[in-house]
Design a protein around this ligand. Structure first.
Ligand code: F6P
Length: 329
């Protein structure tokens, strides 16, 4: 991997922010950015509440202690938001002015593809180097195998599905479980495989509901007591699917929408470690003047990805996951 740190600080002050949907491990990443920058003798500011806070000048200087007692916490101590105003050039100009007012010379943005797109637009206006870190439970950022929070979210979904199987089995029911992921099927696919679901429905793969329902009816005739259908929110609505399945099979069917519970909770060891590694890399890069990169993972190693490539491409669902599901599920 290319050494992006160079070991020399060319910037005197940087800022870190979280944006878009929060994800477990964002705190660990921000903590690593703050501590690395301070270790290198560089001032660090925190932008609160995402791009909204940048526009409203919610910017505070951070110390080592500002990020104590944080690595184990879900959510984001900086706060986050979705901000329409930042989509306009005028909004971005206002944000840039606020950064410059505080003497901020570089910005680390932790967020999903929408937030990184915001960063790319800010970068195009010039005036400030940008480094991105992929922070989203959806694991849908192009160029990286991993996004901060995806492991915790998958574990949360698997834990919920384990519990849902108990009650489905007790009642001989079908349980439809709707999992988040925006337009990506990654979270549904991984949590479905890892929980041993009977069916996994994701936007990237065609499925035949009629065939699935016929199979389920046959399996119940042979004594099956439960069926778990994991459906990605990007494929179809859990409620709609539940109604169709209930009608076509005549078997008692329930739906459970896991929703925002998947976004919370204490990050797993994997999320804490990877977020810490990414945070350190981002801080070293930005303080040495690097711009327009996103740090992510490729086959277990930290890699840098061009920011514009990352936001202009859609990440496909790993075909290896699809293949594995076709064998095991
Ligand atoms: O991008 C993360 C995510 O949790 C998606 O999985 C989901 O579609 C969306 O955010 C929900 O957003 P909000 O919290 O704004 O309802």
């Amino acid at each position: 991997m290319e050494d992006l740190s160079g070991g020399i600080s060319v910037l005197n002050a940087i800022a870190v922010m979280t944006s878009g949907g929060d994800s477990p491990g964002m705190n660990a990443a921000a903590r690593a950015v703050v501590r690395t920058a301070l270790y290198e003798g560089v001032k660090v500011f925190g932008i609160q509440n995402g791009y909204k806070g940048m526009l409203n000048d919610e910017i505070i200087e951070l110390q080592r202690r500002s990020v104590s007692d944080l690595i184990q916490r879900g959510g984001t101590f900086l706060g986050t938001a979705r901000c329409k105003e930042f989509k306009t050039e005028e909004g971005r100009r206002k944000g840039l002015d606020n950064l410059q007012k505080h003497g901020i010379e570089g910005l680390v943005i932790i967020g999903g593809d929408g937030s990184l797109t915001g960063g790319s637009l800010l970068s195009k206006m010039g005036g400030i180097p940008i480094v991105g870190l992929p922070g989203t439970i959806d694991n849908d950022v192009w160029g990286t195998d991993y996004t901060i929070g995806c492991d915790t979210a998958a574990n949360t979904a698997v834990e919920a599905i384990n519990k849902l199987r108990d009650t489905a089995s007790a009642h001989k029911r079908i349980m439809v479980v709707e999992v988040m992921g925006h337009t990506s099927g990654w979270l549904a696919m991984v949590s479905g495989i890892a929980s041993g679901a009977e069916y996994i429905i994701v936007p990237e793969v065609k499925y035949n509901i009629d065939e699935m329902c016929e199979e389920i009816v046959e399996s119940y005739k042979k004594g099956r007591r439960y069926t778990i259908i994991v459906v990605a929110e990007g494929a179809c609505s859990g409620v709609g699917l539940k109604n169709v399945v209930q009608e076509k099979t005549g078997i008692d069917t329930r739906v459970s929408i896991l929703g925002h519970i998947q976004r919370g909770g204490s990050p797993t060891v994997e999320d804490r470690m990877k977020a810490s590694q990414l945070g350190e890399r981002a801080a070293l890069a930005i303080i040495s003047g690097v711009s327009n990169v996103v740090f992510g993972f490729d086959e277990g190693k930290v890699v840098s990805i061009n920011l514009f490539d990352s936001v202009n491409n859609k990440k496909p669902l790993d075909p290896e996951l699809v293949r594995l599901a076709s064998v095991l599920v």
